[in-house]
Ligand binder design. Structure first.
Ligand code: ATP
Ligand code: MG
Length: 595
């Protein structure tokens, strides 16, 4: 007889984003409202414990993404604002997919976002003090003891049906389930079998432990859900100690109760699981395992971001099929990816504050994330000059071999930050788009006969251009006005409409610049049954050689800058080496994608 366990409920419910984008949800404080009410009622007043204990419970089976950031900002943010604490808990009850690599990156990502599970004030008096890092696998003994209690008290039984029979007897939404023929076996028999399951006497799937609730319940999650299954598998924390493992729906509420969580906040797809959450904690409390008040589960809408997929499975596919360079590819919505892209923790916190928390699913426009970054970086990012699509400009009347010093503010609104220095000389690099042989209406930049200011330098008058045999412009010529230098008295005599940026051929640094764009061409790449792999944006990465001002030679990896007129860039934290920075474009200066 080949019996396979019904292990459906060991997986968490799948969440399906809506197929239609909606406006951003109204910022709502419904969770704060609940907490305020609980505080007013004194509901969680307990000796030695704060009144608000939340948790962020990732499964260490992948990298965190921007959706997790919403949950992190919410849970750690509530704990911060209510002087409570937030536990970082690895929900590592499933032996097969979990790995230390993921544990490490998750801890890194939470810290980088600006949160900490270690509390304690300087006097060591804070009741929240201590380290609040937990592993669900450390509770395996308690989970097991509660399971024995459930069997003894008639709330659980060992089922020995085949997987097929179990599935057939579960019924469906329109049909009640049928009791297992093993449902009423004596508790002593179930207990004996359960102990032998634990001792390794049976193969995977031979038996399963189920809660005894109601096979006719309209809520499928209450139809005698499986709570323990046999899995002869090595676990990253407990090694080979166990060959039975608890199901997610059984373990998760118990983890919350063990840790004295007050508000257990999860995404909407768990709403139908709440009755079982309450049931299992109530039974364990009856058995003396927990004291009132017990944790309460609350659901909020997950983050769905346009042009982004957040399913771990789909992200893994992008990595494994080499669509991106790795989990930290700057186009990935993983925390390591957006960090490498140049996002700041402050921008992500600002984004999470702006999108708020609601109880109805919707889509957030990607431009909201970019907007938060611009608002965060504009007041603090140093300015610099980069020429991304270089064209040579030759100042014919400039003395050969001479280099005149120029300065520009590091930040236009922060003179205290000082100046950047570079030189101007006979040959410069300018942007190709800053010259037009035959200007269109309203074009004020370089064209023969027109004057423009070379930003922070001189006013020049364009005299013409050189072309190759195919008619492509390869150099532009001009003459400068020696008395027009920015910052000098004479400069006021020159009124020009165009103002262009440039770097000197002689003192600029040639660098690699990576221009990133959306990874998908469709705003909702995995909604409504669409194949996200068919919607990849072929120009999500363009790598170019560009010229930047000389001060960039010493830029530290991770430094974020505004390249004037182009956008926000970061010195890539992985590929930048001393004197050879590589720049990633985080985002352009203005939104070019929004509606
Ligand atoms: P999977 O994609 O494998 O179902 P998951 O993304 O739910 O996994 P977990 O590690 O269990 O992964 O997530 C940890 C926490 O992050 C959970 O509490 C979950 O509700 C929350 N979370 C996950 N995705 C989002 C999202 N898009 N928006 C908000 N919260 C999220
Ligand atoms: Mg999930």
């Amino acid at each position: 007889m080949s019996n396979k366990p019904d292990n459906k409920s060991d997986r968490k419910p799948e969440s399906k984003p809506d197929s239609k984008p909606t406006d951003a949800p109204v910022i709502s404080n419904f969770l704060r409202g609940i907490i305020d009410r609980d505080l007013a009622d004194g509901k969680y007043t307990r000796d030695g414990l704060p009144n608000v204990i939340t948790r962020f419970p990732p499964e260490p089976n992948g990298y965190l993404h921007i959706g997790h950031a919403k949950s992190i900002c919410l849970n750690f943010g509530l704990a911060r604002d209510y002087q409570g604490r937030c536990h970082l808990r690895f929900d590592d009850t499933n032996p097969e997919k979990e790995d230390q690599e993921y544990v490490d990156t998750i801890m890194d990502s939470v810290k980088w976002l600006g949160f900490d599970w270690n509390y304690g004030d300087k006097n060591g008096e804070s009741y929240t003090g201590g380290s609040h890092l937990y592993y669900a696998s450390n509770y395996f003994d308690t989970f097991y003891a509660i399971a024995e209690y459930l069997i003894e008290s008639g709330h659980a039984y060992v089922d020995s049906q085949s997987a097929e029979d179990m599935a057939a007897n579960r019924g469906d939404f329109s049909k009640p389930g049928v009791n297992s023929p093993f449902r009423d076996r004596p508790a002593a028999e179930s207990l004996d079998l359960f102990r032998r399951m634990k001792a390794g006497e049976f193969a995977d799937g031979a038996h399963i432990l189920r809660a005894k609730i109601d096979m006719a319940s309209p809520n499928m999650n209450m139809r005698d859900p499986a709570i323990y299954r046999i899995r002869h598998a090595h676990h990253h924390n407990t090694g080979d100690k166990w060959c039975i493992y608890p199901m997610y729906d059984y373990a998760h509420p118990l983890e919350d109760a063990i840790e004295n969580i007050t508000h257990s906040i999860c995404t909407l797809e768990f709403q139908d699981h709440r009755p079982f959450y309450d049931w299992i904690i109530a039974r364990a409390a009856e058995g003396g395992f927990f004291k009132q008040p017990v944790p309460q589960q609350y659901e909020f809408a997950r983050l769905n971001l346009t042009y982004v997929v957040t399913s771990k499975r789909k992200l893994r596919q992008l990595v494994e099929q080499n669509i991106v360079s790795g989990w930290d590819d700057p186009r990935m919505p993983t925390i390591v990816g957006i960090r490498r892209r140049g996002y700041t923790p402050e921008a992500i916190q600002l984004f999470c504050d702006r999108i708020g928390v609601s109880k109805s699913d919707g889509w957030i426009d990607y431009s909201t994330l970019e907007g938060a970054l611009r608002d965060d970086l504009d007041p603090k990012a140093p300015r610099a000059t980069a020429v991304l699509r270089p064209l040579k400009l030759i100042i014919d009347n400039f003395p050969e071999g001479e280099a005149v010093a120029c300065t520009a503010p590091i930040h236009p609104h922060h003179p205290e930050l000082g100046n950047r220095e570079f030189t101007i000389s006979k040959e410069l690099w300018i942007e190709q788009e800053d010259f037009m042989e035959e200007p269109t209406k309203g074009y004020f930049r370089l064209f023969p006969g027109n004057k423009v200011r070379l930003r922070y330098g001189y006013v020049v008058e364009c005299t013409g251009c050189d072309k190759d045999e195919n008619g492509n412009v390869i150099a532009v010529h001009c003459n400068y006005f020696p008395d027009s230098k920015s910052g000098t008295e004479g400069s006021a005599n020159y009124k020009v409409k165009g103002n262009i940026h440039w770097v000197s051929v002689s003192d600029s640094l040639e660098v690699e610049v990576r221009l990133y764009d959306r990874l998908f061409t469709d705003a909702n790449p995995d909604a409504g049954g669409k194949d996200f792999m068919a919607l990849l944006n072929p120009s999500s990465l363009e790598t170019i050689r560009a010229y930047v001002e000389p001060g960039m030679v010493n830029v530290e990896p991770d430094t974020r800058l505004q390249f004037e007129r182009h956008g926000y860039f970061v010195a890539d934290r992985v590929d930048s080496v001393k004197a050879k920075p590589v720049f990633n474009r985080v985002t352009t200066l203005k939104d070019s994608w929004g509606k």
